[in-house]
Design a protein around this ligand. Structure first.
Ligand code: ADP
Ligand code: MG
Length: 354
C-alpha cells in the first residue's frame, strides 16, 4: 500500500517533469520556426509567355510561394508555347491529322477547359484559332491577309475537330493548330493562386501580362483597387477602377497588339468565323470572376461577340461581371459592379452608362 502510493507520487513527479520538458521543447521549436519563416513581403518581376509579369505577396512563406509560382509559370510556358519545339502544344500542332499527342495532366486540363469555354461561347473563343493567328502574326508581320488567303485557313479552324481522349489529343484535319494565347495566362493565374493558398499567403496581387489576380485584403485591411485601362491612353491611364478581393480581372482589347493600315486597325483578337480581327464596336472588354481561366477566355470571347450578345450571355449564364468600352467612348458595366466600379474618366470624354 505504502509502496504503491510512493510509486504513484514518484510517477506523478516524473509526469510533471516530462510535461515541463515537453512544453519547453515545444516553446523552443516555435521560436526557432517563427525565426525561420518570419512574415515577409516579396515582389517579383519576370518576363514569360511573351509578356511582363509581376507578383507581390505577403506571408510567412512568401519567398517559397513566389519561387514556386515562377517555376509553375515557366513550366507552363515550356508546355504550351507554340514556338518551343519541345512543348506539348508544338508536338500536337505538328503531329498531323489523327495522330495522337500524349499530354501531361495540366495540358490536357487546359485544353479541356478551352473546349468547354468554346462550346459555351458558341465558338467566339476558339483554341483552334492557330492557323489564323499564325498567318496574321500581328506583332511581327504587319501585312493584311487577302480574302483568298483567309478562305484557305478558315476550314482549319473549329474546336469541334480537336479530340481529347485518354491523356492524348489529336486533330481531325491536317494543318490545324492549337493556340492557348487567350486562356493560358488566366489558367496560370489559377495555378498561382492555388500555390499562394497552399503556402498560407493571406494577401497578394499579381499581374500576368494584364491578367490581374488579387487575394485577401491589403496590409492596411482595405480591399485592392485595380485600374481599368483607358484603351486610348498609355499603360498608366485608366477609365476607372474596381475595388475587390479574391478575384481575377482580365482585359482584352485592340490597343496592345495591333498595326494600322489605310486607317484600319488590325489587332490580335480574331473572329473565328471570318478569320479577321473582330470588329464589333468594342475597344476593350474586362471580365471579373472567381476563376482566372474563365475570365481570360470570356474577355476574348466577348470582344468577338460584341456587347449585345455578351449581355445576353451574362443574363443567361452569369458567374462573372464585365466592363465594356465601345469605340464611341461609352462604358457599360454589368449589374453586379454597381457598388465596386468607380468611373473616373468623364474628363477624358467617356460616358458611363450604368
Ligand atoms: P492577351 O493575350 O493580349 O491578354 P487575349 O487574352 O484576348 O489577349 O488573347 C489574344 C490571343 O489569343 C491572340 O494573340 C491569339 O493568340 C489568341 N486568339 C485570338 N483570337 C482568339 C479567339 N477568337 N479565340 C481564342 N483565341 C484567340
Ligand atoms: Mg483572353
Amino acid at each position: 500500500m505504502w509502496l504503491k502510493s510512493l510509486k504513484e507520487i514518484n510517477g506523478a513527479r516524473h509526469m510533471k517533469r516530462m510535461c515541463a520538458i515537453f512544453f519547453i521543447f515545444v516553446f523552443i521549436v516555435c521560436i526557432l520556426s517563427s525565426c525561420g519563416t518570419a512574415a515577409t513581403e516579396v515582389k517579383k518581376q519576370i518576363f514569360a509567355m511573351d509578356t511582363q509579369m509581376t507578383l507581390a505577396l505577403y506571408g510567412d512563406n512568401a519567398s517559397n510561394a513566389a519561387e514556386d509560382a515562377v517555376k509553375s509559370i515557366n513550366r507552363a510556358n515550356a508546355l504550351w508555347s507554340k514556338e518551343i519545339p519541345s512543348s506539348e502544344i508544338y508536338a500536337l500542332n505538328n503531329a498531323g491529322a489523327g495522330r495522337k499527342a500524349r499530354l501531361s495532366e495540366s495540358t490536357y486540363d487546359i485544353l479541356q477547359k478551352a473546349l468547354q469555354f468554346a462550346e459555351e461561347t458558341g465558338g467566339a473563343f476558339d483554341p483552334s484559332i492557330g492557323p489564323v493567328s499564325e498567318a496574321w502574326d500581328i506583332q511581327n508581320k504587319k501585312t493584311v491577309l487577302s480574302d483568298d488567303e483567309i478562305a484557305k485557313l478558315l476550314p482549319l479552324v473549329g474546336y469541334k475537330n480537336i479530340v481529347l481522349e485518354e491523356g492524348c489529343a489529336y486533330f481531325r484535319k491536317n494543318g490545324m493548330k492549337a493556340d492557348l494565347g487567350a486562356i493560358g495566362k488566366g489558367y496560370i493565374s489559377d495555378i498561382v493562386t492555388d500555390i499562394f493558398k497552399s503556402n498560407n499567403i493571406k494577401t497578394a496581387i499579381f499581374s500576368l501580362g494584364g491578367n490581374v489576380g488579387v487575394m485577401g485584403l491589403k496590409k492596411d485591411g482595405s480591399k485592392y483597387k485595380v485600374g481599368i485601362r483607358d484603351p486610348e491612353g498609355t499603360a498608366n491611364d485608366y477609365i476607372g477602377y474596381v475595388t475587390l478581393t479574391d478575384s481575377f480581372i482580365v482585359s482584352s482589347g485592340d490597343y496592345e497588339r495591333f498595326f494600322i493600315r489605310d486607317g484600319v486597325r488590325y489587332h490580335h483578337i480574331f473572329d473565328p468565323k471570318t478569320g479577321k480581327p473582330a470588329g464589333t464596336g468594342l475597344r476593350e472588354v474586362t471580365v471579373i470572376a472567381g476563376n482566372g481561366a474563365m475570365a481570360d477566355a470570356y474577355s476574348t470571347a466577348f470582344f468577338v461577340t460584341g456587347l449585345d450578345r455578351a449581355m445576353e450571355f451574362y443574363d443567361k449564364k452569369g458567374g462573372f461581371e464585365a466592363i465594356f468600352i465601345t469605340d464611341d467612348k461609352r462604358i457599360i458595366a454589368t449589374g453586379g459592379l454597381r457598388d465596386i466600379f468607380t468611373f473616373t474618366a468623364a474628363d477624358r470624354g467617356y460616358k458611363y452608362e450604368n
